[in-house]
Design a binder for this molecule. Structure first.
Ligand code: 7RM
Length: 683
């Protein structure tokens, strides 16, 4: 069957474009893997599915989602009490309930079941910030540490349903903290260690967390980050915090206050065993704060069973994971990618997951590939921004290391441009690896669109996330909510029907959840992204259609940055947009207008504004360019026309669109002039 397919493609290729030739090549090298599709159905059905391809399984998953996911949930997860009700979902209410009366424990699924069979297998390889150094942690050791921390948490009064805030460097104890929370039924809320004390404080308060786990310091690219000091500052603003566990990363002598507890010492006094808390499928597993187009970041709430199953399956089938592979996702655990593909996906599959603490250019731009050689990494998953950065340093940094272990190269977080895609495919992967551009979101829990090797011609295509994963039904809608049928169309990317991995709610605010995702296009989940579907039915993400920008894969709401700028006493109003940036994908461009009578030197204002954003959010959100504008383009109803601001920021002054609807059309000319002057002074 497989070989027939290759033959057919081989004939077609004569008549087809270069793209497809490339795709055929990838097809040949991965075609044997289509067999693993057979594992997607429980053993009693296995035979009948062996020869079926992706399309057939996909169809079944859409036509009979209950049956499809129900069978997988039973065969892939370990249940304390198996479920009898598979799904109860209502898109109009933003209601997703899966495997409802089932009882399980996520940490047991990630640890105990592997320890029973293969206790000495390596669970984590911690690639430390210090170049060339790594430490391994076996499943047995990981379980032991998790139990010790679980007992520590329990002894300090933390119980099922509580929220625990984690502000930690990528390290085994960070993973242990996540797993210990899941073991005792507490929800973790990991806050990326690049966020400021203020951003941390608002997340602690929103979640009502009484417990924080942090480290003395973090290390990134040889620089120390004073995590404990940040937590002290944050906690001084949150009266609800009762205890702060402090892990030792650098051994720095940090002041310990009344509520601070040395983490390792506390753990060492605890037993190695802890019975996992029985959790209902729909109980909350974790919160992860993410930015949207309005208001404060939202605590996206994920479920136990649905999330775990989805992370488990996508890990295996998007990356073609096979037992024994060394998998390396270089994302920080502070983002959803770290949750699903450093921790829950790999560990629930009993895989070996690399935990990368450093940055791609430390000590030099060969860091990733030296690590690939030393750790013999088979699957590498990174961000387009890092690929774009590294390609600038040239091929020598890649080619001096042996990358023959690599077979799959993944990307996530933002669109990958063709140049970066080809460099990844041709230079890093030596044209023998499969590049998988994976599109998904904090809200989806796991990959929703990605090329999957298989005999239906869906081979990797530059700039395309290609096709939906099993059970995911993407639809494109026009601005009136009309579904665009057929191919060669583009519109708002929505999802029809439920998927177990989708977020369940916004913590404490289901109304906001509904308004953000389920009311723009009633009956669908709205992603906030635009996409096009090409003649092969493959999807290409065209970017956000809302006021969310993506800086080096960091998702930020423009409103959040505007809020920070507006704190400045001299600022009357601000508008933030993204502009195309060679490395970061998007850069941040801020327009501010000043209050009447404001007297301040321009350089002072710019510096103060940058510091404000750094303090309110974090360094990564600081605008690259700040333009003091005499006015902002607004409609007569007062809405800022961002479309115009985006064009000006991108140096694109043609076709600024219809400005006649503006309250003061002359503002546009002023803004363009100010922009040109600013650019001139910078160059
Ligand atoms: C996993 C993650 C989500 C937003 C999403 C998109 C953008 C992510 C891709 C992408 C083009 C991709 N979660 N995005 N992956 N755009 N191609 N492969 O990134 O919640 O932090 O961000 O990121 O706009 O809506 S996230």
């Amino acid at each position: 069957m497989n070989s027939i397919y290759v033959g057919q493609n081989a004939t077609n290729v004569l008549f087809r474009s270069l793209f497809q030739r490339l795709r055929l090549k990838s097809f040949r090298k991965v075609q044997t893997r289509s067999l693993f599709l057979s594992e997607l159905v429980p053993s009693q059905h296995k035979l009948s599915f062996v020869t079926r391809d992706h399309e057939e399984i996909y169809k079944k998953s859409i036509q009979e989602p209950g049956k499809f996911w129900g069978e997988l949930a039973l065969s892939k997860l370990q249940w304390i009490t198996p479920f009898t009700k598979t799904m109860d979902c209502e898109m109009s209410k933003g209601q997703h309930k899966w495997f409802m009366d089932g009882v399980l424990n996520v940490s047991e699924n990630c640890l105990d079941r592997h320890v029973q069979r293969t206790p000495d297998n390596i669970a984590l390889i911690w690639e430390k910030d210090e170049p060339g150094t790594h430490e391994t942690v076996s499943y047995r050791e990981l379980l032991k540490m998790t139990c010790q921390l679980s007992n520590t948490l329990k002894n300090h009064g933390i119980k099922k349903g509580d929220r625990v805030c984690l502000y930690l460097p990528n390290s085994p104890l960070a993973v242990v903290s996540m797993l210990a929370c899941s073991r005792i039924g507490a929800a973790h809320s990991v806050v990326f260690a690049g966020f400021s004390a203020d951003a941390l404080a608002s997340r602690i308060m929103d979640a009502g967390a009484e417990t924080v786990i942090t480290a003395d310091q973090g290390l990134r690219g040889g620089k120390t980050i004073n995590l404990k000091q940040m937590v002290d500052e944050a906690v001084s603003k949150c009266s609800g915090v009762k205890r702060v566990f402090v892990m030792s990363r650098t051994g720095a002598d940090v002041p310990m206050g009344k509520i601070d507890i040395p983490l390792e010492k506390a753990m060492s006094e605890e037993s190695n065993e802890c019975i996992p808390e029985p959790m209902n499928s729909e109980d909350m597993l974790f919160l992860l704060y993410t930015s949207g187009s309005t208001g404060k970041p939202k605590g996206i709430q994920h479920s136990q069973a649905g999330y775990l199953l989805y992370a488990n399956l996508t890990f295996k089938h998007v990356f073609g994971y096979e037992p024994g592979d060394i998998f390396s996702c270089v994302a920080d655990i502070g983002w959803i990618t770290g949750h699903s593909y450093v921790v829950y996906g790999p560990l629930s599959n009993g895989a070996t997951s690399v935990l990368f603490e450093s940055i791609p250019t430390y000590p030099d731009p060969g860091r990733y590939w030296e690590m690939v050689e030393r750790l013999k990494i088979n699957i590498f998953y990174g961000a387009p921004t890092a690929i774009r950065l590294l390609l600038k340093y040239g091929n020598d940094w890649v080619e001096k290391y042996d990358r023959s272990s690599l077979k799959v190269l993944g990307t996530v977080g933002e669109p990958i441009n063709a140049e970066a895609w080809y460099w990844y495919n041709d230079i890093v992967g030596e044209k023998r690896c499969t590049v998988v551009d994976t599109w998904w979101q904090t809200e989806t829990g796991g990959v929703f669109l990605a090329p999957r090797p298989g005999p239906d011609n869906s081979m990797p295509k530059p700039e395309f996330a290609t096709r939906p994963f099993f059970g995911v039904e993407p639809v494109l809608l026009d601005s009136n909510g009309k579904e665009l049928v057929g191919n060669n169309v583009s519109g708002n990317l929505c999802i029809r029907g439920s998927v177990p991995g989708l977020a369940r709610t916004v913590y404490g605010d289901h109304q906001r959840f509904l308004e953000t995702y389920y009311t723009t296009f009633p009956g669908y989940y709205f992603t906030g992204d635009g996409a096009l579907r090409d003649e092969d039915g493959h999807y290409r993400i065209t970017g956000r259609v809302d006021d969310v920008i993506n800086i080096s894969g960091h998702r930020l709401g423009t409103a959040e940055i505007e809020d920070a700028l507006d704190y400045h006493p001299d600022v009357a109003e601000s508008a933030v947009v993204g502009f195309p940036h060679e490395i970061k994908g998007e850069g941040i461009y801020a327009y501010v207008t000043l209050k009447e009578g404001a007297v301040i030197k321009l350089e002072d204002l710019v510096l103060q504004l940058k510091n404000l954003v750094k303090k309110e959010i974090g360094s990564f959100a600081v605008p690259e360019i700040i333009q003091v504008a005499s006015g902002l383009p607004k409609t007569r109803s007062g809405k800022i026309m961002r479309r115009i601001l985006r064009k000006v920021a991108a140096n694109d002054f043609h076709d600024l669109g219809d400005v006649s609807t503006l309250a003061e059309p002359s503002v546009v000319k002023d803004i363009v002039d100010e922009h040109k002057k600013l650019m001139h002074s910078k160059s």
